[in-house]
Design a protein around this ligand. Structure first.
Ligand SMILES: *Cc1c(COP(=O)(O)O)cnc(C)c1O
Ligand code: SF4
Length: 346
């Protein structure tokens, strides 16, 4: 283990980390909650937009000021704006688009625990996210039924102990980094302690929305685990890569966290091999390896983001030609009942 900082146990540092935590929680709480606030900030007029906004979407708009600051003012097609602004298109019902296309509920063996693949389980660590991505595949997930409690955590632990094949625990959500540091540390440590667990993995988009979420306390927790630690971030476009975020990646690399990225291929946002290649190279320059490029799951309300499989394959081939082999993400799709994600390389 590499010390996070020489003075981690110093009281002045503990005070600093409390401030740290108030800082990120405030910055997420102060985000934009209505399309009109955001559009005003971006100097855009609802009436002049080339698409229709849905201010009443039940999947509420949620955008941090940090991400809004990365959007280009006056551009209704900004790739970050398009990922986050609720549009009336989401109310269109398309054949083949369902609320749970992955049939995750069938694999929820205990409330909050999804066991679909042999050696790894996924824990719905927290239902909330710092931002709401409009294409989210869990936008209809019944989170209230999955809420973790002391008794469900005991049941999860027993379940893992009775399945000796399981050697990796994935914390997902929502977003596990929505939990406060203490709760998150307790949760991770509880599973890190199990002798059969070799790897703990965090799936998160919060650092993109609020880089300050990577607090000294969190770094310290991760640095003191016995397992291998993997963090899979979710970045779709190079414009999401603020210098503050890149600096945090380097801090995570310093404590030997393996950093991977997953993206979703989204029409009009990142369905271009040049953009994808730029993203992969910039990620690598800051210690993050491209992992998955997901083809959109057919979730109700997201069909306007879909890139057809042929175009996706073409983009991926162009990426393959322009990137070193180790920088090429796997182009995948989630097909229910399979034992892993399905590679859809042409
Ligand atoms: C994607 C996913 C995982 C992780 O799969 P990897 O291919 O190891 O990244 C685990 N459980 C569920 C339910 C998943 O959807
Ligand atoms: S951060 Fe992930 S889980 Fe949360 S809304 Fe976005 S895609 Fe969905």
């Amino acid at each position: 283990m590499i010390p996070v900082s020489a003075t981690t146990l110093d009281t002045s540092d503990q005070i600093a980390s409390t401030k740290d935590s108030q800082h990120w929680q405030k910055s997420i709480a102060k985000g934009f909650r209505t399309p009109s606030e955001l559009l005003d900030y971006l100097n855009l007029k609802t009436s002049e937009l080339p698409y229709q906004i849905d201010p009443n979407s039940p999947f509420r708009m949620r955008i941090t000021r940090h991400l809004a600051s990365l959007m280009e003012k006056g551009n209704p097609f900004d790739p970050l704006l398009l990922q986050l602004i609720p549009r009336l298109d989401e109310t269109t019902e398309q054949p083949g688009y369902q609320t749970d296309p992955l049939m995750e509920e069938d694999y929820q063996v205990i409330p909050g625990l999804i066991h679909k693949y042999q050696n790894r389980v996924l824990i719905i660590a927290h239902q909330a996210c710092a931002i709401h991505c409009r294409y989210c595949f869990r936008r209809h997930f019944p989170y209230s039924e999955a809420r973790l409690s002391e008794s469900s955590l005991d049941a999860i632990e027993q379940y893992i102990q009775s399945h000796s094949d399981i050697d990796e625990v994935i914390f997902s959500g929502g977003d596990p980094l929505s939990l406060a540091d203490e709760a998150l540390s307790n949760l991770i440590q509880r599973f890190d302690r199990l002798p059969q667990i070799q790897t703990v993995r965090l799936h998160t988009r919060t650092p993109v929305a609020a880089p300050e979420r990577i607090t000294e306390t969190l770094l310290n927790t991760l640095n003191n685990l016995s397992c291998q630690v993997v963090m899979v971030v979710h970045i779709n476009h190079p414009n999401e890569l603020h210098p503050d975020l890149l600096a945090k990646f380097l801090r995570l690399r310093d404590i030997n966290v393996t950093l991977l990225n997953q993206s979703v291929l989204l029409r009009g946002i990142n369905d271009c091999s040049k953009t994808q290649i730029r993203l992969c190279k910039q990620l690598f320059a800051h210690g993050v390896l491209p992992y998955y490029l997901h083809s959109l799951d057919p979730v109700q309300g997201t069909s306007h983001f879909d890139v057809n499989q042929q175009t996706a394959g073409q983009i991926w081939l162009e990426m393959q030609a322009g990137l070193s082999g180790y920088l090429l993400p796997r182009l995948v799709r989630e097909i229910p009942q399979r034992h892993s994600k399905t590679w859809i390389h042409p």
